[in-house]
Design a protein around this ligand. Structure first.
Ligand code: ZN
Length: 287
């Protein structure tokens, strides 16, 4: 019996070892050319941040989500998945335990250097998958600023427009008020319940309020304290309503959408062609 188990383990281990891993850090140097070719020179950069997620789901929930979308999608449509990028815009949660908020110029430089290293290693197309809502202004600006100098690679951000059918099903499955289900609430708790149930202590979700405190009334004005004004507990929604079923639905939808994005990116030559055309014109100048 013991021998059979050992043999089975050896067989399965050997079988796994022969595959081409999707994770950058699991590839052997001898796999590199094959991984570049099979990926269509495409690398995924999963981005999250380390921050409080209510009292019940882990600090790394955002990177857990982004890493899972990346690896699950890459297993369907091959791409190489860069190790977790855990730095992001998170100045609104420095009053909470465990937050890692690095200065904006350092964040920019580390992300820039990371992208450059991915490209230097042979990738021509880089897809950012972002699991952190606080990055929603930062990443598009970072990508827009790519046009500041010539690049021999294209950088993409996956951002899904949820279709009406998905929204209808989501609202059918969701029990809490969708208007403030934003951070560690029913939706996000469900995702972690599906991906890492071992890290969720759902009974703690109601020990703090995730309701919008609505402490600012300044229509048409934006201010950095807007999030804290509404959600000083850095918790928005009702995590206690979360379910594995909802998490499975959300994750599968997201992964499907990333697979589609990967296929589009791998087939596309237009972005790099247009970038080259653009920089040829910039460098030609006006003299
Ligand atoms: Zn989150």
């Amino acid at each position: 019996m013991k021998l059979t188990l050992a043999l089975l383990f050896l067989i399965s281990f050997t079988a796994i070892a022969q595959d081409l891993p999707v994770k950058w850090e699991e590839l052997r140097a001898s796999d590199w050319d094959k991984a570049l070719e099979k990926s269509g020179y495409t690398c995924i950069l999963p981005m999250g941040v380390i921050e409080k997620h209510g009292l019940h789901v882990p600090l790394g929930s955002d990177i857990i989500k982004a890493r899972n979308w990346a690896t699950r999608a890459a297993e369907v449509e091959y791409a190489v998945v860069f190790p977790d990028f855990i730095y992001g815009q998170i100045f609104e949660a420095m009053h909470q335990p465990g937050t890692i908020a690095i200065p904006s110029d350092v964040l920019w430089a580390v992300l820039e250097a990371t992208i450059e290293e991915i490209a230097r290693n042979g990738f021509e197309k880089i897809l950012i998958l972002n699991g952190h809502g606080g990055n929603n202004n930062f990443i598009p600006y970072f990508i827009q600023a790519q046009l500041g100098k010539r690049r021999d690679y294209a950088l993409f951000l996956h951002s899904r427009d949820a279709d009406p059918e998905y929204n209808a099903k989501l609202n059918q499955l969701r029990e809490s008020d969708p208007s403030y289900d934003q951070h560690a609430g029913e939706r996000e708790t469900s995702e972690i319940l599906y991906l890492r149930p071992d890290l969720v202590i759902q009974e703690r979700a109601d020990d703090e309020s995730g309701k919008d405190m609505d402490r600012l009334d300044l229509p048409d004005l934006y201010t950095g304290i807007w999030w804290y004004a509404g959600f000083p507990n850095h918790y928005a929604g009702e995590g206690s309503a979360g379910s594995r079923e909802l998490g499975k639905f959300i994750t599968e939808y997201q992964v499907e959408s990333v697979v589609r994005a990967l296929r589009l990116i791998k087939e596309d030559d237009t972005v790099i062609e247009l970038q080259n055309e653009y920089f040829d014109r910039v460098e030609k100048g006006f003299r």
